[in-house]
Design a protein around this ligand. Structure first.
Ligand code: HH2
Length: 280
């Protein structure tokens, strides 16, 4: 899934694709680079972001969805029912929902739906997020949402742990270390780590444009753990890295080992002892 932010303020590419022609050209570039899905968003959900009016978000997204939908599968990255409905009418066939509340729109329209976990809301979600067991809590939330959607008639339901959404770096790392727990829940899993702040922190403070190594490493790691889709800015590099690892990479897996269980406990210990307030 290639990221296409039609926004002035997204954390890594804000302003680059606000012009519809630039956005459409970038969407086609992502397709040419190997994206199966182009994810069109008209509102930044970075930590601290202020909500934009629904009409503004709709106006940003719809012309871009309309132009791309004949070429590639388009998802709409939104928390708003009205925006999701307008994007689906314009040709989007997947609703990428960071609020995990819009399954009725997907059911009504007969399109796919991504339920992403977020604790809190973007303006304040990084203010000391706390979990007793981040993997169990995120997994339980996603299962509950997915079941509601399936019972409500949605045929294609993805779940996403929401890396960076109300989570410290330690929480993000714990979730990544235990992706197999989420995969074992039986729904296809989507993961977005691309250029996020915890990668910058791990690399000694690199800015979003300099987080390619971490983005690739975590995307490939996610794929080897059985994740079905990764949401990335750098499609060509990710496709190249995934091809190097190859289709048999999944054969390395298995249940969590003692070492994994220990590392989970260590990450959670880290989560409890601070590190709050970290950005996406
Ligand atoms: N991350 C972002 C936005 N949408 N959707 C899913 N399903 N999973 C994610 O991890 C995810 C997402 C944040 O990244 P980006 O769109 O690059 O930034 P911004 O929110 O600033 O536009």
């Amino acid at each position: 899934m290639g990221v296409l932010n039609v926004t002035p303020d997204s954390f890594s590419d804000g302003g680059r694709f606000l012009d519809p022609d630039a956005a459409i050209a970038h969407g086609l570039r992502l397709l040419a680079e190997g994206a199966d899905v182009v994810d069109v968003g008209g509102e930044s959900t970075r930590p601290g972001a202020a909500p934009v009016p629904v009409a503004t978000e709709t106006d940003r997204v719809v012309p871009v969805v309309e132009a791309l939908a004949g070429h590639v599968r388009v998802s709409v990255d939104t928390r708003r029912r009205e925006v999701a409905e307008a994007a689906v009418a314009a040709g989007a066939t997947l609703i990428n929902d960071v609020s995990a509340e819009l399954w009725p729109v997907a059911a009504e329209a007969g399109v796919g739906w991504v339920a992403m976990h977020m604790r809190g809301a973007p303006p304040t979600m990084q203010d000391e997020p706390h979990y007793d067991d981040v993997v169990a809590e995120v997994g339980a939330f996603l299962m509950e949402r997915a079941q509601a959607a399936v019972q409500g008639g949605v045929g294609e339901v993805w779940v996403d742990p929401g890396i960076g959404f109300g989570k410290t770096s330690a929480h993000n790392l714990t979730l990544l270390a235990h992706l197999r727990v989420l995969v074992a829940l039986g729904r296809p899993v989507l993961v977005g780590t691309s250029r996020k702040a915890f990668l910058g922190a791990l690399a000694g403070g690199s800015p979003p444009g300099d987080r390619l190594e971490g983005s690739l490493a975590t995307a490939v790691w996610a794929m080897t753990q059985g994740v079905g889709m990764v949401r990335v800015h750098d499609v060509a590099a990710t496709v190249g890295a995934a091809r190097l690892v190859g289709p048999d990479a999944d054969a390395t897996g298995g249940e969590a080992t003692g070492g994994e269980a220990r590392s989970r406990a260590q990450h959670e210990q880290g989560a409890r002892t601070g590190n709050g307030g970290d950005a996406l």
